[in-house]
Design a protein around this ligand. Structure first.
Ligand code: XIL
Length: 333
């Protein structure tokens, strides 16, 4: 079809990306991907459980397929993610007898060595291909006084897990921009804690180049002004910013489930994409890319999270046709 290519429309503003799995690299999906997007992110293939399911044994099949696709098709690649509390195998936090690692100096050293080995392997392997890494994902918990999520990483190693992760990533992938990525950064308390952490670590010399805002949002939330405050907040740090996982749920709560999505919600969704992309474009000097967490509505994580329900959070429908949401960006009249 000859609808405008998103990447051409947005070329003066920022790169536009999509999270993919191997299903998106074939046939009509690949055509749609190549036509509209500058960059891809592996939705799952580069996570710890996918790449190092048991210690020292790496499985590269899915990640290599995505990296090779990006190479062959001249697309940029965001790496996601090197250290996270989810999708990380249990062995990472266990001692030789299968018990939990503690915060003793010896156990902490074991954990940090595993982290270092993992990042050397994964980020080292793709050093020539990945131009931005989500080194650390979802480390903030705004309900903690110090803002730091009590993950196994933190309780065993304190902030040293972040220092190690960024230092090693910089060493093995010196050409990649290194990001700290989180959700709900539009919420004031959360973004203030993230800001404080990034400011502290950068002051220490930890190589953090950018802040990633996931932007899993919905048709009512958050407001454009809250989202603008999110972008504005980080400007004084002099970091790059990216929108890393955007989707716009047609539901505004976690339990509702409809047999079909009313047209009215698809129109509201189009208005949200229109307004948020207009904002991003105004902040083009601060944002280097915007990534959607999926290619089309036939395959989106929201169809199982937080409950199984029909979802349609993206720009193209289950038949890969442009939705009102797409036209909200390309023809915002
Ligand atoms: C999601 C994937 O899309 C799903 O396929 C998987 O089952 C769970 O993880 N925040 C993140 C992403 O940083 O890694 C998550 O991806 C979505 C929420």
């Amino acid at each position: 079809t000859d609808i405008p290519a998103l990447k051409t429309f947005l070329a003066g503003d920022f790169e536009i990306g999509a999270a993919v799995g191997r299903a998106q690299l074939l046939g009509n999906h690949a055509q749609l991907l190549n036509r509209h997007f500058d960059s891809i992110t592996a939705g799952n293939a580069m996570k710890w459980d996918a790449t190092e399911p048991t210690e020292g044994t790496y499985t590269w099949t899915d990640a290599d397929a995505i990296v090779n696709y990006a190479r062959t098709n001249g697309m940029r690649l965001r790496g996601h993610t090197l250290v996270w509390h989810n999708q990380t195998p249990a062995w990472v936090f266990q001692n030789a007898s299968g018990g939990p690692l503690t915060d003793s100096a010896a156990d902490k050293a074991i954990l940090l060595t595993r982290l270092e080995n993992h990042i050397r392997a994964v980020a080292g392997r793709y050093a020539a291909d990945v131009d931005h890494w989500d080194v650390a994902n979802e480390v903030i918990d705004e309900n903690q006084p110090d803002g730091l999520r009590r993950s196994d990483w933190y309780t065993i190693a304190g902030l040293d897990y972040l220092r190690t992760a960024f230092r090693v990533a910089r060493e093995v992938a010196p050409n990649a921009k290194l990001f700290i990525n989180d959700y709900n950064t539009n919420v004031t308390t959360k973004r203030d804690k993230l800001y404080a952490l990034v400011a502290q670590l950068r002051a220490e010399g930890v190589p953090i180049d950018g802040v990633g805002h996931q932007m899993h949002v919905n048709i009512d939330w958050p407001s454009v002004s809250e989202t603008e405050a999110m972008l504005h907040k980080f400007i004084p740090l002099g970091v790059d910013q990216q929108i890393t996982e955007m989707d716009v749920s047609v539901y505004t709560n976690g339990s509702e489930s409809l047999p079909a999505i009313p047209q009215e919600r698809l129109i509201k969704q189009a208005d949200r994409y229109r307004d948020l992309f207009a904002l991003y474009r105004r902040y083009r000097d601060d944002i280097s890319s915007v990534t959607l967490w999926g290619l089309a509505d036939d395959d989106t994580w929201l169809s199982t999270f937080p409950i199984a329900r029909l979802e349609a959070p993206l720009l193209f429908d289950t038949r890969l046709q442009a939705k009102p949401a797409y036209w909200g960006i390309v023809d915002p009249s």
